[in-house]
Design a protein around this ligand. Structure first.
Ligand SMILES: Cc1ncc(COP(=O)(O)O)c(C=O)c1O
Length: 364
């Protein structure tokens, strides 16, 4: 499938239209940060700015946050647009990308849209969903120009350590390829977040945003971190998508970044309340297998018996509860649960999930 007749993303249509539920365990991010808790006044906002290639104070803050200079930062409408720009700037139609499996579907649909051919390497449950550089090496071909990873991994939450990133980087470099690491969930390590992978060399690119770890999706504050030759290429690709960014959102993003500790404190409190609920749910069930993620906002258990499709139907029809069926990640025996929501809602959601699982078991 190539170019403009692309039919879009099945996952994104599901996420936008059908994933919502009263007891929402489907969301992978921290619940929305309330505007009234952000110290912003109307006087600080303005409609139009004068920077066409990213609001300079925003680029500077993002550069500082990531230990870089501003010429290494491209601001973008969320990690979504950041990924699009990073993929478009590093791959030509007909070239080949090697993508982790299971994966965030938008990576693949965007690659298809760009006319890039996609190969996969597996992150296996029996290995804790870690990235195995031997698997990467086995699946690379001389045509591979980009390796795409998510860290933390969506859908499993697994962390990739620096040694593994370096090993994958070495493989890429030997092949004249690059590595793109989508770090949108790595932000959820907060003060324990390692330096972005772009510090491992010129052949690494990183994408991220304030969406998942901070509950600031509506600001669309995303970014790409890369060497200046690539960032310039991305700015020029971005010219095709618009003249400038929504300036009130850029100004509010600066305010959010200046108050990031406060925003993070709320997120950490939510995760501290919800993680034990997830842990005791996982421990209490013998009808699921799982890898316990140490960090982040999601887990990806596997149903031992019965179908996730049936579980999903039961949850929605009988329990007003939503999880993400693993079929959206190419693993139909799994389902993804998220712990970034309101603690009472999350607790009730896991109780309901337990009741639905009991029914699946009773149905044989
Ligand atoms: C791995 C990954 N990257 C990017 C995104 C989109 O992020 P944003 O809201 O910043 O565009 C998501 C959202 O689910 C995601 O899971």
């Amino acid at each position: 499938m190539t170019s403009r007749t692309h039919s879009g993303s099945r996952y994104m249509q599901y996420a936008k239209l059908r994933s919502g539920a009263k007891y929402n365990l489907a969301s992978s991010g921290i619940m929305s940060y309330p505007l009234k808790e952000l110290p912003v006044t109307l006087e600080e906002l303005e409609i139009c700015g004068s920077d066409f290639y990213g609001y300079a104070p925003l680029r500077e803050r993002l550069a500082k946050l990531n230990g870089l200079t501003a010429d290494c930062v491209v601001t973008a409408a969320g990690t979504s647009m950041a990924n699009h720009l990073a993929l478009a700037a590093t791959l030509e139609p007909g070239e080949e990308a090697l993508v982790e499996w299971p994966t965030y579907e938008l990576v693949v649909t965007t690659l298809e849209y760009l006319g890039v051919s996609v190969r996969y390497f597996e992150r296996r449950m029996q290995d804790g969903f870690r990235v195995d550089p031997h698997q990467v090496e086995r699946k690379m071909t001389p045509q591979t120009r980009l390796i795409v990873l998510t860290n933390l991994h969506n859908p499993t939450g697994a962390l990739i350590d620096e040694a593994t990133l370096r090993a994958v980087g070495d493989l890429a470099r030997k092949n004249n390829a690059r590595v793109l690491v989508d770090e949108v969930y790595l932000e959820a390590l907060y003060e324990r977040r390692p330096l972005p992978a772009v510090h491992l060399g010129d052949h690494f690119l990183v994408t991220s945003s304030l969406t998942k770890a901070y509950g600031l999706s509506g600001l669309r504050c995303g970014w790409v971190l890369a060497n200046p030759e690539l960032t310039e290429r991305m700015w020029h690709i971005n010219d095709l998508y618009g003249v400038n960014a929504a300036h009130p959102a850029e100004l509010m993003s600066v305010i959010a970044l200046d108050n990031l500790e406060r925003v993070a404190a709320r997120a950490k409190k939510l995760l501290e309340a919800n993680r034990p609920v997830l842990d005791s749910f996982l421990r209490s069930r013998d009808d699921i297998e799982y890898v316990r993620p140490e960090f982040g906002t999601v887990a990806f258990p596997k149903l031992r018996h019965g179908s996730v499709e049936q579980l999903d139907r039961l949850l929605r029809e009988g329990y007003e509860t939503g999880v993400v069926p693993g079929s959206y990640f190419g693993m139909p025996e799994h389902f993804r649960v998220g712990i970034g929501g309101d603690p009472e809602m999350t607790q009730a959601g896991f109780e309901r999930l337990g009741l639905a699982l009991d029914k699946v078991r009773a149905n044989g």
